[in-house]
Design a protein around this ligand. Structure first.
Ligand code: KG4
Ligand code: ZN
Length: 341
């Protein structure tokens, strides 16, 4: 029975978790900073790192307490090394280093994207390989081919904005608040997603890469033409025209993600799909993937919402692969904002 303490501070969530034997979550604590950043319409890095410094100790203590785990019960400490905001990452990395050194435990440096991919295995440890993993979040929109456990080969990425970033920017330009993804998910429910016909956000060449900045510009133009830019939410009521617009935008994003992932699966001969990252929370996206997979006889695994947005359980879960391989980080390991997977 091995237990790993996971720590995640790559962006604006301070998170800690204790996971036992690869996939049993004993605790998972996530402190979100949305309220601190909302006034700015996005994450302010300096504010984020200051908040992490204040929160990291109480959050780690709470994760241990919730799990009924003492420091002596831990087999290792896993932490997000990157990618992310450097000032935020540093707080988690320093805390994990100090704990590992003090307790004489292995330190496991985990790539945030590996964490997202491994989040799919927490509820389904028996997922078969090869698998194709879509990581779709505020910072990334990539497809990874996983031929076997612990091996990740990137087959597609975004050429410009990440899908989550597009949700956030569209919400901002319409004055709908931050973070944009959950707001648009809610407003689009029951609205007319065929009101605007946006061009599918896929590459003209044969590449599997994504591109969302053209779609964002098209939404801005449509909003402008219909007189819907900022302030469309007079008196707290969001107009039906705005709801139709964001529903149409959401549909275009979902169509692009599903179509490209299916093309990649076919090209790579993979029959198992993993859909991970914050945008995988999106109800329209989840439904579309389940329907498309059922139609084609593919298996699709989308983690529960709490595991798709940033959390530390996924970091601890990924840490098990490092622990089993003996891939330990040394005391000189540093945060890496541009870490590649
Ligand atoms: O994985 P995550 O928590 O952090 C990063 O690693 O980026 O993803 C955050 C992103 C944000 O852009 C947020 O707007 C988006 O995920 N998101 C959603 C939903 N919930 C979160 N996007 C669409 N629909 C949602 N329900
Ligand atoms: Zn993330």
């Amino acid at each position: 029975m091995a237990r790993i303490l996971g720590i995640e501070t790559s962006c604006d969530e301070t998170a800690a978790a204790v996971v036992e034997d690869r996939s049993r979550i004993l605790s998972s604590v996530v402190l979100s900073q949305f309220d601190l950043h909302r006034a700015y319409g996005g994450v302010v890095p300096e504010i984020a790192s200051r908040r992490h410094v204040e929160a990291i100790h109480p959050i780690v203590e709470q994760a241990l307490a919730d799990a009924g785990t003492g420091l002596d019960d831990l087999a290792a400490v896993a932490v997000t090394q990157g990618p992310g905001l450097v000032g935020s990452l540093l707080v988690g990395v320093c805390a994990a280093k100090a704990l590992a050194w003090q307790l004489d435990l292995p330190l496991l440096a985990v790539n945030h994207l590996e964490g997202h991919i491994r989040s799919a295995f927490i509820e389904n440890p028996g997922i078969a390989f090869p698998a194709l993993a879509l990581v779709v979040s505020g910072g990334h929109t990539s497809l990874y081919l996983c031929p076997e456990e612990g091996i990740y080969r990137r087959v597609a990425r975004t050429r410009d904005d990440a899908a989550g970033e597009a949700f956030d920017k569209v919400a901002k330009l319409l004055g709908l608040g931050y973070p944009g993804g959950p707001v648009i998910d809610r407003l689009a429910d029951g609205a007319d997603e065929n009101a605007h016909r946006f061009k599918k956000a896929v590459m003209k060449d044969r590449s599997l890469d994504f591109s969302f900045s053209g779609l964002k510009t098209a939404v801005r133009r449509a909003a402008h033409d219909a007189g819907l830019a900022h302030g469309s939410s007079t008196g707290g009521e969001i107009s039906p025209a705005v709801r139709d617009l964001v529903a149409s935008f959401q549909r275009a994003v979902v169509d692009a993600l599903v179509a490209t992932t299916l093309r990649a699966a076919e090209r790579e001969g993979v029959r198992t799909l993993l859909v991970t990252g914050g945008v995988a929370c999106n109800r329209r996206l989840r439904r579309a993937f389940h329907e498309a997979a059922a139609e084609r006889g593919l298996a699709v695994h989308v983690p529960s919402p709490a595991l798709t947005t940033d959390n530390a359980a996924m970091i601890a879960a990924a840490g098990f692969l490092h622990l089993e391989r003996g891939a330990f980080a040394d005391a000189a390991v540093n945060a890496d904002p541009n870490l590649r997977l």
